[in-house]
Design a protein around this ligand. Structure first.
Ligand code: FMN
Length: 167
């Protein structure tokens, strides 16, 4: 017996999460998705995990390329979060708009230069879990900037400032 899926989803909406873009480059083609299911796994060695829906266009390319980056978004990146969640009807490489500064670090996965953090990862393990795959990455490079993290809660993008103002 498992819990009702709709109630599970309703419950998960109340779990506020930092918003990221998971990006990869597979055979020269970039792709990515907006994701909150990102978690630290280990500090020594540095590892993290991401949960990616098997239906997402970036799911198979991440598995095939063996590299991915996690870009932690700031409050100025709401438009990018919408674009990479497929809500603007823009797919694949076209999501990497020319207004943003994209570069690479060590693995070759595309990273957003002005993201709060770029975790540049080599895929070291994967776990098949129903609708999603857990990809575990060894962090081979990391770049950190200052700024204010973008948060997603109860179906809305919120800022720490907004929470502080009402909390
Ligand atoms: C705030 C937010 C968080 C999301 N988090 C995840 C996530 O952790 N894992 C995931 O697989 N999809 C997540 N999604 C959905 C994907 O971004 C979206 O389904 C995907 O990009 C669409 O697939 P496509 O690339 O095939 O268009 C999230 C969407 C939003 C708006």
């Amino acid at each position: 017996m498992t819990a009702d899926m709709a109630t599970f989803k309703k419950g998960m909406r109340q779990l506020a999460g930092g918003v990221t873009l998971i990006t990869t480059s597979c055979e020269g083609v970039r792709c990515g998705l907006t994701a909150t299911a990102v978690c630290s796994v280990s500090a020594a060695p540095p590892q993290l995990l991401v949960c990616v829906n098997k239906t997402a266009s970036a799911h198979d390319p991440i598995g095939k390329s063996g590299i991915f980056a996690v870009n932690v978004l700031s409050t100025k990146h709401i438009a990018l979060a919408l674009r990479f969640s497929g809500q603007e009807g823009i797919d694949g490489d076209a999501r990497f708009d020319e207004k943003s500064n994209w570069r690479t670090l060590t693995t070759g996965a595309p990273v957003l230069a002005d993201a709060l953090v770029n975790f540049d990862c080599k895929l070291i393990n994967r776990v098949d879990v129903g609708t999603h795959t857990i990809y575990i990455g060894s962090i081979v490079d990391v770049a950190v900037s200052d700024g204010s993290p973008l948060i997603y809660a109860d179906g809305l993008f919120v800022t720490p400032q907004a929470i502080a103002a009402t909390g």
